[in-house]
Design a protein around this ligand. Structure first.
Ligand SMILES: CC(C)(COP(=O)(O)OP(=O)(O)OC[C@H]1O[C@@H](n2cnc3c(N)ncnc32)[C@H](O)[C@@H]1OP(=O)(O)O)[C@@H](O)C(=O)NCCC(=O)NCCS
Length: 193
C-alpha cells in the first residue's frame, strides 16, 4: 500500500516547533538528524509518520510514537530517502522540503518504488473534492483508465480507485490548508479483483 502526506508551511495555525517538541512524536530509537532545523525536523518527521500510517493496514488511531524512522539519508538538497518500521512491517519512501510545503510518500516494503505522485496548490475551499478531481483527471489522461471511481473514505478508511475493468488501484490522498496531493501505486503492481 501507499501513503502520502503534505504540510503547508503557510498555514497560520502551524505551530513553530522546538527540539524538545520532538519528544511528542519520536520513539527514542528514531534516526537522529541534526542537520535540519528543529522546526522543519518536527514537521518532516510528522509527514513521514503520517504517510507511513496511511500506507499501513493499521486500524488504531494514528500515533507517531509507534512509528520508528530507521534511516533518513539526504539524496539531494532537501530531499531524503527514508525507511520506517511500524506494526512489524518495513516501509520505504521519500520526504521533501520546499519553500511552500513538506511532503512524504511511503510504501510498504524495503525498496522504494518509482512513485506516481503529485502535489499542487488548491484553488477551492473543497480540498477533498478538488484532490479527487485531480486524481481522476490524471488517471484518465495518463493511465488511460476510463470510468474511474474514487471511493469516498467511510470513517477513516483508505481511499481506493476503481476503474471500469474492475481494476482496483491503491491510492493515497492528502490536503492541508492551500496544498493537496495524491499518490498511486505504480501500474506495474495493480491489484485485479
Ligand atoms: C488518516 C489520518 C492520519 C490523516 O490525517 P491528516 O494528515 O490530518 O489529513 P490528510 O489530508 O493528510 O489525509 C486525509 C486523507 O487521508 C485518507 N485517509 C483517511 N483515513 C485513512 C486511513 N486510515 N488510512 C489511509 N488514508 C486515510 C483520506 O483520503 C483523507 O482524505 P479526505 O479527508 O478527503 O477523505 C487521520 O485522519 C487519522 O488519524 N485518522 C485516524 C483514523 C482512525 O482514527 N481510525 C480509527 C478507527 S477505530
Amino acid at each position: 500500500m501507499i501513503g502520502i502526506d503534505i504540510v503547508d508551511l503557510a498555514d497560520p495555525l502551524l505551530k513553530k516547533r522546538k527540539t524538545s517538541d520532538l519528544r511528542f512524536i519520536t520513539t527514542g530509537s528514531d534516526f537522529e538528524s541534526t542537520t535540519i532545523s528543529p522546526s522543519f525536523r518536527f514537521w518532516i518527521y510528522w509527514a513521514i509518520k503520517e504517510a507511513t500510517y496511511k500506507a499501513s493496514a493499521a486500524k488504531d488511531r494514528f500515533d507517531p510514537r509507534k512509528i520508528c524512522i530507521n534511516t533518513f539519508h539526504s539524496i539531494s538538497k532537501d530531499v531524503w530517502s527514508v525507511s520506517c518500521k511500524f506494526d512489524n512491517c518495513m516501509f520505504s519512501g521519500q520526504a521533501k522540503l520546499t519553500a511552500e510545503y513538506i511532503s512524504a510518500v511511503m510504501y510498504v516494503g524495503e525498496k522504494s518504488l518509482p512513485a506516481i505522485h503529485q502535489f499542487f496548490p488548491l484553488k477551492s475551499g473543497q480540498s477533498g473534492k478538488e484532490v479527487r478531481a485531480r486524481l481522476k483527471a490524471y488517471a484518465k489522461k495518463e493511465l488511460q483508465l476510463t470510468e474511474v471511481i474514487i471511493a469516498d473514505p467511510v470513517a477513516g478508511q483508505r481511499p481506493v480507485m476503481r476503474a471500469s475493468n474492475n481494476q482496483v488501484i491503491q491510492v493515497s490522498i492528502t490536503h492541508h490548508h492551500h496544498w493537496g496531493g495524491f499518490a498511486i501505486i505504480p501500474a506495474a503492481n495493480p491489484e485485479i479483483l
